[in-house]
Every structure is written in structure tokens, then in C-alpha cells.
Write a protein that binds this ligand. Structure first.
Ligand code: ARG
Ligand code: ASP
Length: 724
């Protein structure tokens, strides 16, 4: 009986411990370390982050600012998701040489493909600089002045704090302005494409399976970092050599099992875990539905064209995927927030919080916080919706309008800064837009325009609607604009932008595409943005005070800083879940599941013939397990967008998986983390190896890796590199 009680207590502690969280790697000592060890971690936190000797953080660079990658060989080979390398793979693809459809493998380093503009950034060290950043701000009561001073301090510190000349200082805020950390970084810009499976593996299940478990996607691609002769960052040159990393991840062949410890290390982009209930209410009832409706329409149009025309499919594949991704996420998030009663849960917590304020005698400081939130969120609502409409319709989903908006900014630049600035920007635009027009199809865009302008005209409140869209016939307007506007092709655009500034501005103002954008842009600049920014500044200040109050008063709960695209550690266990009554999801999927989903010739669920052969022959090499080939697994690691490509690391510091997604029921984890249903999805690293080795025959790459049996503590192949 006593034992049972003890067991139950331990169980409760264990499950309580699994509350999510994305932690700063330099601050794991203490509470996090204890908890990680309790969950089964065998290494120490110094193995994860250390400034003086190499540690796992040296193998985890930010991939192009939006995803994560990890170094897996002594020759700078990095692994990230297929969807993270998607636009690079796409940009090398043509109808004749279609790497998206067929995959791409460099069997020799000479075949690796350079990617202009692609970067990876390593973290050299992390330091707390809060005191220096807040220096001189204590006496400032005006929010705008305070922010200005903070920005000045940040600029001065970034310019003066010591670093090597090829490195950068970046200062980021944590806990909404309650803490500031310095990151010294190193950015490499010669990063070449090394390998990618065909879409039918790397994006298997496509948008139907996106954000969904059970999942069977081999979402990986390989790149290589190149450096100059001194192993330092350098612009692309054929003389550059493969980068020698400070650390690279050994890869475990032992796989995972339910309840194994797992750690995900990467760059989560943005979360909002500490919002007041009123803000969540607004997301659920207004903002998400508005954005979903806009994207519903845009996606339907584009999908129709892509299914009929292969050239359009290639042109729009990457853009479609990124628009569909958040569209689907918002749907899942809205459902999840409703189902988990997030608003009611937060309201209850807020009641308790209000009591704590009174008990602590802090009414003067914090007493009106929640009421002020209500007031400001109510006030911002119409502006927030109008702003989302503008962002989604003009800047995000209608390509002619988003291009037009760049020209509108060009005109403004001329008005403010004159001819020279105009010429520089114009020349940049002309070069920069060449790539954009390669993937632009005016017929597709016209239909999107028609749909979205109709929505804009019928749903916007009068105050935010341009005159010319009053009672407009969207179809007629679309055909008029797309037949007359010079924004419809690269050639006509170049014509439109040629001549001196005055001529260009006159011509722009005679172009029907431009004038419409200008009207929309002016309404945004005059009627929407100023009011939105003003109220939002209040909300930001309130949120900072609210965060401070929570740090002070909620001492019994664990408060991690919201994601901000900086390096974080999240940890947990490999674990299944119950999505709904009487349904249990196990944590691992197998190649058998790929075959169950197989629809020959289908755009989402086709399977390459070679993979079917390997499946039929059960030719899995050392990567299979009990005659089966594992594909994906899930865990309780708290991740978000930006964690894609993050390494999933086992108790010993070896790579076991590659993070790429979350489960449908748990997509609301950016706002409200529910440990019973929030799971991250990873590709099993053995599936990655199997595809590289057995499917692609890329033994050249397999030979670079360090494969280990971590559970048996044995190195399979040692490339003369010291063990972790
Ligand atoms: N949902 C994942 C993430 O947010 C994967 C997205 C890529 N796949 C897609 N079908 N759009 O990045
Ligand atoms: N798929 C996401 C990414 O690209 C990860 C996530 O949102 O869970 O970063």
C-alpha cells in the first residue's frame, strides 16, 4: 500500500513534470537538469551547451533563419527537412530535370548545387545582458521613449561587445522585455544541396497528411556547409572547402521505444503561451476565421490549376505548400482551443491570479492589468481584422498586389529620399523580381485576385474599403486589371520601371494594378496601421507587465520564455496519445503504413516503384527492426514552427530523429499547451538512412556518418572522431 502511494506520487510528479516548455540552453542547470535526468537523460547539460569545449549546440545551426538543421559529419554535411529545403530543391528543378518529382543525389562533392542567399547560422555563445540593455530606462514612464532607449542600448551593445570580426552580436528579448540575452553568431553563406528524396517520400501525404498523425513522411533533405581555407564563413566560391564542425551528431542505429527520453534542440519561432483569455477569444472567433476564409479561396483556385498543369504545379508547389500550411494549422488550432476550453481555463486562472495580486498587496502595480487587457483588445479588434485582411489579401495571397505594393513603396521612397534612393531601389527590384516572375502565372493570379477582391469588397467595413471597390464587380475588375496592368509580366514590368523617376512615377500612376494597390495601401497606412500600432503598443506594455507579474506571483508554476527564434531545448518522452474517446494512437509508424496509404499515380499518396520493391523484399539492411521499417514517431517535446529540421536526440546525445511537425489535436500548443494531446512528429533517423543507402544508393554520404549503437554503447564505424 505504502509502495502504491509512493508509486502514485512519483507518477503524479512525473506527469506534472511534462508541462511543455522551451528552455534556454545555457540555463539548464538545476531544475531542468534534474527533470531531464528523471526522464531518463544520461548525459549532462554541459554536453548540450558549453562555451569552452564543443557541445551539441555546435552541431545545431539555424537553417536560413526559419528552420533548424544539424551537422552529421566531420565534413559539414547537414540534415534538415525536405520542406525546409523545398524552395532550393524547387529552384534547381525544371520540367526536364524535375528534382521535386525524382529526387536529387550528389554522388560526388562536385555535383553539389550552390544556393544563392541560403544561410546557416551557428551560435557561438549566449550571455545575459539584461542590466546593460535596461540601463537608464527605470525613470522613463512613457512607453515609446522607453522602447527607444532600449533600442539605442541594444544598438550600442551590439556594436561594442567583443566578438571576432566574422561574427555577429545579436540581442534578443525574453519574457516580453523582462530579460535580454546576447547571442554571438557565425553565419555561413555557401551552403550546397546534397540530397533530397522524391516528393513522394519527402512530402508523402502532402497537405492531406500535414499536421496529422499517424504520419508516413520522409521529410528530410541534405546540404553541405562550405567555408574558406581557414574554416571561416565565405561567399560562394568553387575554391571553398567543406566546413569542419566543432561538433557533429553521431547517429544511433538503435532506434526508439515508447517512454524513451527525447530532446529536441532548435529554433522555435514564435509562441504566445501567456496571452490573456480575451486575446485567445479574439483569435478563435475573429482573426483565425478571417484568415482561414481568405486562404480557403486562394488555395482552391491554385489547387485547381496545379492539378491540371504540370508546369503550374512546379511554379506554385512551394508557394502553395507554405500558404496551405498555416491555413491548415489555424483550422486545427481553432478547433483545439475550443475543444480544450482554453478560454475558460485561462479565465479561471485569471481569477486566481487576481486573488494573488490582492494577497500580495500588489493592486497598485497589477490590479487593473486584466481589465486593461479587456479594454485594449476590444478596441483593437476592428483594426486587427482589417490588418489581417490587408496582410493576407494584398501582401500574401495575390501576387500582383504584393508586387504592386513594392512599387508603391518605391514611390514613397522617392517622395521621401529622392532620385538616388529611387534609382538604387528600382534597380534592385528589377533584378530581384526576375525570379519572382519565373514562378508567376497571370491566369492563376487573376482568378485568385477575383476571389479575394470579392471577399474584401463584401466583408470589409466601409471605413476600410477603397472607393473603387465599393459595389465592385470583382470579375470585371479582375479582367480589366489583368489585361491592362503592366505588372502582369516581367517584360511589361521592366518597361513600366524604365526611365527617370518622374516618368516612372507618372506611368505607375496610370497603371490600374498599381493604382488599386496604392488605394489599398493608403487606406492601410492612414486608417488601419496608426490606430493598430497605437493600441498594440499598449498591449505590448501590458503583456510585459503581465509577464513580470506572473514571474513574481506564479512561483508554483514553471514559466519558460515564449519562443523568439532563438536556440532552445525542449525535452520529453516518446509517447502515443488518445485523440478522442476509445481511440489510442501508438507512437511509431512503419513502412507498412506507407503501403496502406498508397494510391498509384496520386499527387499526394503515390509511392516510388523502387520503394515498393524494397518493401516487398524487406530489404532494410541494418535500419529495420524486427522485419519492419520504422518511418515516423511522436513525443511530448514542446515544439513550434522553426523547430522543423531540429534533431531529436536520445539520452546519450545521439541523433535518433528529425523533427518536422505536430499532431492535429495539439496544434494549439503555441497558445495553450495541453500535455495529454500535444505531440511533436519526427522522422525516424533509420528511415532517413534507409532512403539514403538502400533507395538512393548514396553510400558516399553514409560513409561520412558516425553510426553508433547507443543503447549497446558501441560505435559501428568510427571516423576517427572522439566520442561524445
Ligand atoms: N506542418 C509542418 C510545418 O509547419 C510541415 C509543413 C510542410 N508541409 C506541407 N504540406 N505544407 O512546417
Ligand atoms: N512544421 C513546423 C516547422 O516548419 C514545425 C511545427 O510547427 O511543429 O517548423
Amino acid at each position: 500500500m505504502k509502495f502504491l502511494k509512493l508509486f502514485l506520487l512519483l507518477f503524479v510528479l512525473q506527469t506534472q513534470a511534462q508541462q511543455g516548455g522551451m528552455w534556454i540552453p545555457s540555463l539548464l542547470k538545476g531544475m531542468n537538469e534534474t527533470e531531464m535526468k528523471n526522464l531518463g537523460m544520461k548525459m549532462s547539460v554541459k554536453d548540450i551547451y558549453d562555451v569552452n569545449t564543443s557541445s551539441i549546440k555546435d552541431a545545431v545551426p539555424h537553417f536560413n533563419g526559419g528552420c533548424t538543421s544539424e551537422v552529421i559529419s566531420p565534413k559539414g554535411l547537414i540534415l534538415t527537412n525536405h520542406h525546409c529545403g523545398y524552395s532550393q530543391i524547387q529552384s534547381h528543378s525544371t520540367v526536364e530535370n524535375d528534382y521535386l518529382t525524382n529526387g536529387f543525389w550528389a554522388y560526388k562533392t562536385e555535383d553539389e548545387l550552390p544556393n544563392e542567399g541560403l544561410t546557416v547560422t551557428f551560435i557561438v555563445k549566449i550571455e545575459d545582458v539584461t542590466t546593460a540593455v535596461l540601463n537608464g530606462t527605470a525613470t522613463l514612464t512613457n512607453e515609446a521613449e522607453k522602447q527607444k532607449k532600449i533600442q539605442e542600448n541594444i544598438s550600442t551593445l551590439s556594436a561594442t561587445l567583443s566578438k571576432e570580426n566574422w561574427q555577429e552580436n545579436k540581442i534578443r528579448t525574453f519574457y516580453e522585455g523582462n530579460q535580454y540575452m546576447l547571442f554571438v553568431t557565425e553565419t555561413f553563406n555557401d551552403v550546397r544541396l546534397v540530397g533530397a528524396p522524391p516528393t513522394s517520400i519527402g512530402k508523402f501525404g502532402s497537405d492531406t497528411d500535414n499536421w496529422v498523425w499517424p504520419r508516413h513522411t520522409g521529410d528530410f533533405s541534405l546540404f553541405r556547409i562550405y567555408a574558406d581555407k581557414n574554416n571561416r564563413p565565405a561567399k560562394y566560391s568553387k575554391d571553398n572547402i567543406p566546413y569542419t564542425p566543432k561538433h557533429f551528431l553521431p547517429i544511433s542505429l538503435d532506434g526508439i521505444a515508447e517512454d524513451d527520453f527525447s530532446l529536441v534542440f532548435g529554433y522555435p519561432g514564435k509562441t504566445n503561451e501567456y496571452l490573456p483569455a480575451v486575446a485567445i477569444e479574439q483569435i478563435v472567433n475573429e482573426l483565425n476565421p478571417a484568415k482561414i476564409e481568405i486562404r480557403d479561396r486562394a488555395l482552391k483556385v491554385t489547387d485547381g490549376f496545379m492539378r491540371k498543369d504540370n508546369a503550374i504545379k512546379i511554379q506554385y508547389a512551394s508557394k502553395y505548400a507554405s500558404i496551405a500550411n498555416y491555413w491548415k494549422k489555424w483550422i486545427g488550432e481553432t478547433q483545439g482551443l475550443k475543444k480544450s476550453n482554453a478560454v475558460a481555463v485561462k479565465r479561471d486562472a485569471e481569477k486566481l491570479f487576481q486573488q494573488k495580486i490582492i494577497k500580495a498587496g500588489k493592486e497598485k502595480e497589477y490590479g487593473t492589468l486584466l481589465a486593461d487587457f479587456e479594454k485594449n483588445y476590444t478596441a483593437i479588434a476592428p483594426y486587427a481584422v482589417a490588418r489581417d485582411y490587408f496582410m493576407e489579401i494584398v501582401l500574401r495571397n495575390t501576387e500582383m498586389l504584393s508586387t504592386g505594393y513594392k512599387l508603391y513603396q518605391l514611390e514613397q521612397l522617392y517622395n521621401v529620399r529622392g532620385e538616388q534612393a529611387f534609382n538604387d531601389r528600382r534597380n534592385n527590384l528589377v533584378t530581384g523580381l526576375a525570379d519572382f516572375y519565373k514562378n508567376f502565372n497571370a491566369v492563376v493570379d487573376e482568378k485568385v485576385f477575383e476571389q479575394l477582391i470579392e471577399l474584401c469588397a463584401t466583408k470589409s467595413s466601409k471605413q476600410f474599403l477603397p472607393q473603387s471597390l465599393n459595389n465592385v464587380n470583382a470579375k470585371n475588375l479582375a479582367s480589366d486589371v489583368y489585361s491592362k496592368s503592366k505588372l502582369r509580366s516581367y517584360d511589361t514590368l521592366k518597361q513600366l520601371l524604365s526611365g527617370d523617376a518622374k516618368t516612372v512615377i507618372t506611368n505607375l500612376n496610370a497603371d490600374p494594378g498599381f493604382t488599386l494597390v496604392k488605394e489599398l495601401g493608403e487606406i492601410y497606412a492612414k486608417e488601419i496601421a496608426p490606430k493598430y500600432d497605437e493600441i498594440n503598443l499598449n498591449i505590448t506594455a501590458l503583456q510585459r507587465t503581465y509577464m513580470k507579474a506572473q514571474l513574481e506571483l506564479n512561483t508554483d508554476s514553471r514559466i519558460f520564455p515564449d519562443a523568439n527564434s532563438t536556440l532552445r531545448v525542449t525535452y520529453g518522452k516518446v509517447k502515443g496519445y488518445e485523440p478522442k474517446d476509445a481511440t489510442i494512437y501508438s507512437p511509431v509508424t512503419y513502412l507498412d503504413g506507407v503501403m496502406e496509404k498508397y494510391v498509384p499515380g496520386d499527387y499526394e499518396f503515390d509511392v516510388p516503384a523502387k520503394l515498393i520493391d524494397l518493401y516487398n523484399a524487406k530489404d532494410y539492411g541494418p535500419y529495420g527492426e524486427n522485419g519492419k521499417m520504422p518511418v515516423c514517431f511522436i513525443g511530448t517535446n514542446h515544439t513550434t514552427g522553426g523547430n522543423s529540421g531540429s534533431p531529436a536526440i536520445d539520452a546519450y546525445g545521439n541523433l535518433v530523429g528529425l523533427n518536422f511537425d505536430r499532431v492535429w489535436e495539439g496544434t494549439m500548443s503555441d497558445i495553450y499547451y495541453d500535455p495529454s494531446i500535444c505531440r511533436n512528429i519526427m522522422v525516424d533517423i533509420r528511415y532517413v538512412l534507409f532512403i539514403m543507402d538502400k533507395y538512393a544508393g548514396a553510400q558516399n554520404l553514409i560513409n561520412e556518418l558516425k553510426l553508433v549503437h547507443s543503447k549497446k554503447k558501441k560505435t559501428v564505424k568510427n571516423n576517427n572522431v572522439k566520442q561524445l
